[in-house]
Design a protein around this ligand. Structure first.
Ligand SMILES: *Cc1c(COP(=O)(O)O)cnc(C)c1O
Length: 353
C-alpha cells in the first residue's frame, strides 16, 4: 500500500452547511470565507461546492485571481485589502473588492477619474483593535472614498471579538451599537456577522453575512458541538494502522516515554503525525476511531506517526482504518484535547492527498 494518510472532502456536506447558514440568515447575502486555502479544505474544490453564494472572502490576492480566472463572477473580497498600488491595480483589473482599513490604503487610491472600478468594504474598528478605522476617523475615510471616482460600491463592515462566547452578550451588543451609531444615516450596505454571530445574533445579519468555520461543519463555540448545530463535517482525516506492538506491563511508548503500560496491551502505530497537521500537543487520551470504535492516542505524537490503544479492539490489525477527525469524531473534540481550537487544526492540515 501507499502511505495511507488521507484527507477527504465531502462537498455535499458543504452544501448542507450552506443551507444551515441560509436557514439562520434567510435575508442576508452570503460571503463564504475561504481564506487559508478554504480553512485547509482546498480553494477551488470548496468554491465549486459553494458556487451559489453571493461572494467569497479571502486574504490572498493570488488565490482571488485564481478564483476569478476559474470563472466565478460574484463578489470576491480581499479581507486585509491591498498592500501596494500594484496590488490595487490588480484588484481593479480582476474586479476584486477590497477591504480598506487604514489611511495608507486611502493614500494609494489613484486620483484619475475612471468611474466605478473599485468596490470597497470600509472597515470600522468597533473594539477589537485589529483592523479598521476608529469611529472618529470613519467620516474622513468615508468622505475620501465617496469623493474618489475610482471607488464604486461602498459597504460598511466590522468584525466581532467575542461572538463565540455565550456568557458575553454585552460585548457583541456594544460593538453592534458603536457600528450602528457610526453607520447611521449613511444608507450603505453593511456586513458584520461571522459564523458565531450568524448562529447567535440575528440582529447582526444585516446585508451580508460572512460564514467561515460553520461552512466546514465545525462549531464556532466551545459550549455547543457541530452536531447540536446540525452541521456536517466536511473534512475527514483518516489513516491506517501500519504496525502493531504488544506491550508488557511497564513497557513505555514513543518519544520521552510519555506513556507507560500498567497492564499488557496492544498498541497500533498510525501513519499520521504533526507534519501532516495532527497537533503535537494532543496528549494521551485524545480520541480516535478504529474500525468505527472509539479509542485513544498514547504518548507523544511523532512527526509522521502516532500511537493508539487497541485494548478491547481485537478485530483491529495492520491495515485497519483509523479516523483522526471528521466523520464520526468532531474536530472540536481533538482541538479541546490538544488545547486549541478547531480552526487551527483544520488550517494546519497538510493534504498529502
Ligand atoms: C475569518 C473571518 C470570518 C469568518 O469567521 P468564522 O468564525 O470562521 O465564521 C469573517 N469575517 C472576517 C473579517 C474574517 O477574518
Amino acid at each position: 500500500m501507499t502511505r495511507p494518510f488521507q484527507v477527504l472532502i465531502n462537498s455535499s456536506a458543504l452544501g448542507h452547511n450552506l443551507s444551515i447558514v441560509r436557514k439562520h440568515a434567510p435575508r442576508a447575502r452570503i460571503m463564504a470565507v475561504i481564506k487559508a486555502n478554504a480553512y485547509g479544505h482546498g480553494l477551488l474544490c470548496v468554491a465549486e461546492a459553494l458556487s451559489s453564494v453571493d461572494g467569497f472572502a479571502m486574504l490572498e490576492l493570488d488565490a482571488a485571481i485564481r478564483l476569478r480566472e476559474a470563472g466565478y463572477s460574484q463578489t470576491i473580497l480581499l479581507i486585509e485589502g491591498f498592500f501596494s498600488p500594484k496590488e490595487l491595480a490588480l484588484c481593479e483589473q480582476y474586479h476584486l473588492s477590497t477591504v480598506i482599513h487604514h489611511s495608507e490604503q486611502l493614500e494609494m487610491l489613484p486620483v484619475y477619474k475612471r468611474r466605478g472600478g473599485l468596490d470597497v468594504f470600509l472597515k470600522l474598528n468597533t473594539g477589537m483593535n485589529r483592523l479598521g478605522f476608529t469611529p472618529e476617523q470613519f467620516s474622513f475615510a468615508l468622505r475620501t472614498l465617496q469623493s474618489n471616482a475610482t471607488v464604486g460600491q461602498i459597504t460598511l463592515m466590522s468584525h466581532f471579538s467575542c461572538a463565540d462566547e455565550i456568557n458575553d452578550k454585552a460585548d457583541v451588543l456594544e460593538q453592534l451599537k458603536i457600528f450602528n451609531h457610526t453607520a447611521a444615516g449613511k444608507n450603505l450596505p453593511r456586513s458584520l456577522a461571522n459564523s458565531a454571530a450568524i448562529l447567535h445574533y440575528p440582529e447582526t445579519h444585516v446585508d451580508w453575512v460572512r460564514p467561515g468555520i460553520m461552512l466546514y461543519g465545525a462549531s464556532p463555540f466551545t459550549h455547543k458541538t457541530s452536531m447540536e448545530l446540525d452541521l456536517l463535517p466536511v473534512m475527514t482525516v483518516s489513516s491506517k494502522i501500519i504496525a502493531i506492538q504488544n506491550l508488557k506491563t511497564g513497557d513505555r511508548v514513543g518519544y520521552g516515554y510519555a506513556f507507560q503500560a500498567n497492564q499488557p496491551m496492544r498498541v497500533g502505530i498510525i501513519a499520521g503525525g504533526y507534519a501532516d497537521g495532527y497537533p503535537r500537543s494532543a496528549p494521551t487520551g485524545t480520541p480516535v476511531l478504529v474500525n468505527g470504535r472509539r479509542t485513544r492516542t498514547l504518548g507523544r505524537i511523532s512527526m509522521d506517526m502516532l500511537h493508539i490503544d487497541l485494548s478491547g479492539i481485537e478485530n483491529a490489525g495492520v491495515g485497519s482504518s483509523v479516523v483522526l477527525w471528521g466523520d464520526g469524531i468532531p474536530v472540536e473534540e481533538i482541538a479541546q484535547s490538544a488545547g486549541t481550537v478547531n480552526y487551527e487544526l483544520l488550517c494546519a492540515i497538510q493534504p498529502r492527498m
